[in-house]
Unconditional design. Sequence first.
Length: 310
Amino acid sequence: MTLANYISDLLYRYECVIIPNFGGFVTKEISAKVNNYTHTFYAPSKELSFNAHLQNNDGLLANYIATAQNISYEKALNYINQQINDWKCTLAYDELQIEKIGSLTLNKEGKLLFEPDTTVNYLTSSFGLSSYVSPAVKRITYKEQVRKLETVAPILPSEENKRRTPAFIKYAATAAIIFALGSVGWNQFQKFEHNNLVAKAEIEQQQVDKKIQEATFIIENPLPAITLNVTKETKNFHVVAGAFREAENAEKKLQELISKGYSAKILGLNKWNLTQVAYASFNSRNEAINQLNAIKKSESKDAWLLVKEY
């Protein structure tokens, strides 16, 4: 798998995926919409954008690659750095095409311009739904035909007209009624077709929802990071080794702790924009406190307990 595939996988589950020292791809959910000129209806989707200021490593992409390839966190970071170097070399002289995500180019000021790939919808609730066209209802044609009949066969005021109606006028009136009924019938047919399309879309949505609940649908390049998500939801007690202003120092501390046998991890940025590094994370408070006491005796008295969901 390429780096683009890993990023694409994560965009189905997360609103932001940061590529360290490069930038972040951010998604925003948008509701269903209709193009009044082409009469095309579009399903709800995620709008994808790029933020070049999001460069600090939050550990999400590296941890996912490490889990998927069954390699160490350090090797995953090296893999990301190699891919980013190749991207930057391409951008120096040409447009960078990122599969399933979009294209990046450098403008004259050296800023990155992003054009998203609109063929991919990262909103899982719209999985299987596609756009469809509903023909516009036309009523003017039949009105014009009836108006022409009225000018061709005017009704003349005479004694004979008072007594009886000419056959031609009767035919014209009959034609006008037929056209009117045809217009109503066509409108009803259009309404019937539209209702069928809406009902079909609702059935498809129900089938998708059912598949999502039963977890039977498969996204290309399935995510082995599901276990990682469960870990993040349950391990809320972290024994913190320190918080660092520079991301490089946090990475050095992480590798130091891993070399000592700790299940260390980067917790991300806190509200002071410092990168936090933990010795380990636990499901229960008691386990975390026991580990904290042991670390204070043998490793560092500055270690402390953080209770927060990551």
